[in-house]
Design a protein around this ligand. Sequence first.
Ligand code: ADP
Ligand code: ASP
Ligand code: MG
Length: 829
Amino acid sequence: MKSMTLFYNLKTKEIMKVLKFGGTSVGTPDNLRMVRDILSAGKKEKQVCVVSAFGGVTNLLHECSDMAASGDESYQQLLEKIEARHLETVKELLPVKNQSGTLSTTKILLNDLEDIMKGIFLIGELSPRSLDRVLSMGETLSSTIIVDFLNSEGITTAWGDTGSMIKTDSNFNNAIVDFSVTDQNIKDFFENSVDLVICPGFVSSNSQNVTTTLGRGGSDYTAAILAAALDADTFEIWTDVSGMMTSDPRAVSSAHPIEKISYQEAMELSHFGAKVIYPPTIQPALNKNIPIKIKNTFKPEDAGTTISADSNGSKQFVKGLSSVKNIALLNLSGSGMIGIPKFSFRLFKALSEAKVNVIIITQASSEHSICVGIDANDVAASKEAIEEEFQFELSLHKVNPLEVEEGLAIVALVGDRMRDHVGISGQMFASLGENGVNIKAIAQGSSERNITVVIEERHLRKSLNVLHESFFLSERKRLNLFLVGIGNVGGTLIKQIAEQREYLSENERVDLRIVGIANSKKMYFDEDGIDLTQWKELLTGSDQDMDNQGFIQSIQDMNLRNSVFVDNTASEEIAGLYNDILSKNISVVTPNKIACSSSYEKYQELKNTAREFKSKFYYETNVGAGLPVITTLSDLIKSGDKIRRIEAVLSGSLNFIFNNFKAGANFADVVRQAGKEGYTEPDPTIDLSGVDVMRKILILIRESGIKAELSDIKSDPFVPADCMAATDVEDFYSRLENHNEHFQTLLSNADKKGARLKVVASYENGKASVGLREISKDHPFYILEGSDNIVLFNTSRYEHQPLVIKGAGAGAAVTAMGIFADIMRIANS
Ligand code: ADP
Ligand code: ASP
Ligand code: MG
């Protein structure tokens, strides 16, 4: 009795470690040397190491058997490739003197494989049983080669025949383990084994010793079965990423490893597509309360993820997101279903008998319909089974014909602590809705550990990124920008963005990417973000001609989250596309005044569309360039203030012209000068006709809540009608010269009164007007310099002293800055 206790104590002193290395980790000789180093570092412990087939080999074996079964003789070439891969690995890994033994065992195995494959070819059939025999060869080959490699490196290693130890039923390709026999076999084998044993993963056998397999990805499970049977102290899964990540790193580039996660959370995530761990792996470890560590073979120093009973250490309500592609929804509905309890039972029985795995279920409380999500490959089998089961009810029209919708995907949010927090599903639906993702079905378990939605598969990547951004606070919000019009303002905007990107990423956690640019000739796109150091060359060299509709179509086709269309043109055609753009959940930012100053109906339609589709429509630079005129006005209105009077100088170009027009000067020369300095439109009549100012005051009064049209704005022309009748710009200048006296008279009349000339827009008592006014010394407009703008708002709250906004009202730098600010408002919304 005493000696038994002593023996027991000695055993518990030994640290038992189970490790598993996946396909990529053992995929090349270089990678295998890293595996060797990891195993050497653990030599003080007793190590049981499960390995996968060399990366990609299982898929190749599958492909090869399919070819053979279909009578395609070129399976032989593929087989030769598989053979060469293994033989070359042996030659590269082992010193020449040690190679012959390994080469001959490897060749024996490969000959076996050749024979099986030939059999499949001759019979022209691939049964699940033969497939398991073929696929098992991947792990048998890799594990035997690795044993010889480690021994040749002086690390004493034995091979453990897990294929014989793990006993299953005869459900080939996805066998169920008989734990009572298996656990005992494992204990017996390892009782006297050496300190390092390499075992093939994935492979098992039935009671007649026929090879079975544990399902694709099953090497993880093999390791878990061993860890549980041996009461392992440590269980590590070594793979090609640094742990279980917040989302699939191939879909979400900012996904990051989760430090700690509970068994249940890991189970949910893996069940819904986090391929990093094969779902059945968790159960054996959970039963024995053995923590699972997921580690990166290529970055062993990274902490990785610990899966254990305790998930705390994180305040994160949502732990991770995962997804499953290729989903179909089946919807069974009909009046005959109401209140008949056996209905759902019969539906699930039919599906279960057809061996269809139901992934999600939703049922409305009226019980009028049941909706199930399944793998799209199971649609035909499901349809047949359901139609047969409900044949009678279908014939009586008590049940409607089964509705099937394909091309779908599942996205799931997972976290034990989601139940402690209200509003998570609301946040999930809102983030998806704002990005135009329609939710087809929703399921939430009562444990609230998982919220699952079904969406169209084409939206999957965008959805994962949107949700990742929304739920992981450390996240940078990415905006994808599409710019048309790359002139003075557009070019300056690109420069400003290029200069500020790093600052915004660091300080505002906003990642601005320009994904599309266009001028009137060319357009250019780069989904990963255009290199802003050479956007000009990229645009000029682009092989895509600009086409407005085509540009918008490309934005839609890319289907990126947080897409923003920035229109820096003055084009009426492009302004005409805003409604369509906004209805595709793409936001619009623009200095182009045409849309907001066209008919009131159009203006209102754009606002409504933006509201309905949760896209943003911002146009601060329509008035006063970068000055915060529209946002201020909107804040006043939203907070309940009433606008009584607006008085404003809203044209930087006209202000520049009248400030520089002195007694004796030629008015036409001053206008020319303003043009040269970039203050006027290329066609100065747009400024001098007063239309530009009329549009601006119209936008301001509309923003104040007044329903008005451009024709409601009274305008007193100050340029003689003869000038406005000019046929082109040069003609306009020569006509201006002829009328210089008219302008001199206007100036001297003002001078006599000690006043200055300003083009003023005003609004009071429902009436707005624009005209040239003589501004006396005591008026705030008198000292308005250069191209400045000024706006005075008299409101119920700013009753005696108006609220004043003043500053540069024209110029590329300030206009670009105003557009930039609108873009940032979208980023922060
Ligand atoms: P192994 O061959 O080592 O078993 P797998 O290819 O089966 O590796 O699983 C690792 C891969 O799982 C990663 O390379 C990654 O692309 C993918 N993956 C999907 N979802 C996740 C996730 N949430 N966390 C980590 N990896 C994930
Ligand atoms: N080699 C098998 C597969 O690729 C098992 C595994 O690697 O886990 O599915
Ligand atoms: Mg795997």
